[in-house]
Design a binder for this molecule. Structure first.
Ligand SMILES: N[C@@H](CCC(=O)N[C@@H](CS)C(=O)NCC(=O)O)C(=O)O
Length: 213
């Protein structure tokens, strides 16, 4: 049984496990409440960020690395094209872009918005992070103009990575996606595994409901 610590980007991990039919347990971590007193979680990830997983004697952090680990360890899976598949390069590229080029830069905007002093909220870095997000989003849009999913016709783990990032931008900075991206998110989130993942993530469900998107 794999234990997932924390929702947030842990949602990507839960969604993948639902797609793959893996057994797991969701262990909530309340970042807003502070994790200083959550000794069980800090023993797993002393750096105090989520998500983390414990799989037997294996402990891992970083959502995209965790997706790759689960696919490699419990695959093969159609969610991860093999290296000889022509879609493999696009798969790897968008799997990582979902975090490194999309959700990561949005983190900088959200953190500044919530935590920075009032006179520093509109700083240069916020504009830079937004331009990074938008340039990478442009690559996603170009790809979706050609295929239904980011690595071709088939849904893959790269779509879990990118879908999460697009929703993260919508939910945290109110980013307005274009028609193509909205249709894509509607397509990927209509999967039964996405619905089951939402059922396993009550904090995410409550947060989304409160946003009235
Ligand atoms: N690149 C990391 C980002 C992790 C991350 O930003 N997690 C957020 C919540 S979703 C968090 O724990 N923020 C608090 C912190 O980083 O200390 C990943 O993909 O797992």
């Amino acid at each position: 049984m794999i234990t997932v610590y924390g929702e947030g980007r842990g949602f990507r991990v839960i969604w993948l496990m639902e797609e793959m039919g893996l057994a797991y347990r969701m262990r909530p971590v309340d970042l807003l409440d502070g994790v200083e007193n959550d000794h069980e979680f800090l023993a797993v990830n002393p750096a105090g960020f989520i998500p983390a997983i414990v799989d037997g004697g294996t402990v891992m952090v970083k959502s995209i690395a965790i997706l790759q680990y689960l696919l490699a360890k419990y695959g093969p899976s159609p969610l991860a094209p093999e290296p000889d598949d022509p879609h493999f390069p696009a798969y790897l590229q968008f799997l990582h872009m979902g975090e490194a080029g999309l959700a990561g830069p949005v983190n900088a905007i959200v953190a500044t918005d919530i935590l920075a002093p009032e006179d520093d909220k509109a700083n240069w870095t916020v504009g830079w992070a937004r331009s990074i997000f938008e340039s990478r989003l442009g690559l996603v849009s170009r790809q979706l103009a050609k295929t239904d999913h980011v690595a071709g016709a088939r849904f893959t783990a790269a779509d879990i990575s990118v879908t999460y990032a697009l929703q993260f931008a919508q939910r945290t900075i109110g980013y307005k996606l274009g028609e193509t991206e909205l249709a894509y998110v509607a397509r990927t989130t209509s999967r039964p595994a996405y619905g089951r993942a939402m059922d396993s993530c009550p904090a995410t469900r409550a947060w989304v409901a409160s946003l009235n998107l």
